[in-house]
Ligand binder design. Structure first.
Ligand SMILES: NC(=O)c1ccc[n+]([C@@H]2O[C@H](COP(=O)([O-])OP(=O)(O)OC[C@H]3O[C@@H](n4cnc5c(N)ncnc54)[C@H](OP(=O)(O)O)[C@@H]3O)[C@@H](O)[C@H]2O)c1
Length: 247
């Protein structure tokens, strides 16, 4: 039963985050939307509200701890409680290491790793105190296997796997009832490839997505399923991708 749950979604302005917001709101979830492009969030929140749902939004750069704290406060102030945070914001400026795009390496660490740390730091006091909560994070199939041009991106997504598993274990040990779920998407048609500045890498990945990519609605369905499990049940890992994608 997910109706009336309060869910923060980071990276809600496009792709998987946007699809998840729409999907959850249709089921009566109260969604709290965060990303940097507030024009997109404003429009999304308006559309959800028009269809009878509940949505608020706030500018969020996940690399900034105080903005993560502020969106948790927005959820509590608006809806009175918080059930789930979906740590989904991410970038994938892939390139060969020899291209030495060191600024992009650091950006991936900041958004994909530190963004997750900041989000967890923001919700953990709330979830610990209420002895319930659900942390869901978007890793990637790149967090399960290595591939050329994805050394740093893959590394950030491997981090998510390790971090989330330890969060799950410690929450169980400490009796805080915090559930976790990690999603490993393969080729999902979103705006993600726009973050790739290296022409050849972008072209080759675009070819893969054009051939195999599926809708972000598929991931949204999985998020709704994970949230809907009874409170004593954690469904921890989902690998989701096109049936015909061979790698
Ligand atoms: N699409 C795939 O095939 C695929 C596969 C595996 C994993 N993933 C993962 O899925 C997640 C969602 O990506 P997507 O595919 O839906 O791509 P997307 O359409 O590009 O969405 C990425 C989202 O992250 C947000 N974002 C980026 N930097 C941010 C920052 N510093 N602070 C806050 N929000 C930020 C973007 O919003 P703003 O630009 O408005 O801030 C956007 O809403 C990412 O973690 C990605 O690594 C995707």
């Amino acid at each position: 039963m997910i109706k009336d749950k309060v869910v923060i979604i980071t990276g809600a302005s496009s792709g998987i985050g946007e699809a998840t917001a729409r999907r959850l709101a249709r089921e009566g979830v109260k969604v709290v939307l965060g990303a940097r492009r507030t024009d997109k969030l404003k429009q999304l929140a308006a559309e959800i509200t028009k269809e009878g749902g509940h949505a608020v939004y706030q500018a969020l750069d996940v690399t900034n701890q105080s903005e993560n704290d502020a969106i948790v406060k927005l959820a509590l102030d608006t809806f009175g409680n918080l059930d789930v945070i979906f740590l989904n914001a991410g970038i994938m400026p892939n390139s060969p290491l020899s291209a030495l795009k060191t600024d992009e390496w650091h950006q991936m660490v900041d958004v994909n790793i530190k963004g997750v740390l900041n989000g967890v730091a923001a919700v953990l006091p709330v979830f610990t105190q209420q002895k319930s909560g659900h942390v869901i994070a978007t890793s990637s199939v790149a967090g399960l296997k290595a591939y050329p041009n994805g050394a740093v991106y893959g590394g950030t997504k491997w981090f998510v796997r390790d971090f989330m598993e330890v969060l799950r274990m410690e929450s169980a040990q400490e009796g805080t009832n915090i559930r976790t779920a990690i999603i490993y998407p393969a080729a999902i048609n979103t705006e993600l490839l726009k973050t790739i500045s290296q022409h050849q890498t972008r072209e080759s990945m675009q070819g893969i997505y054009d051939t195999y990519g599926i809708s972000p609605d598929r991931i949204a369905d999985i998020i709704a399923f994970a949230i809907g499990q009874p409170g004593d049940t954690t469904i921890n890992e989902f690998t989701v991708g096109p049936s015909n994608q061979p790698w």
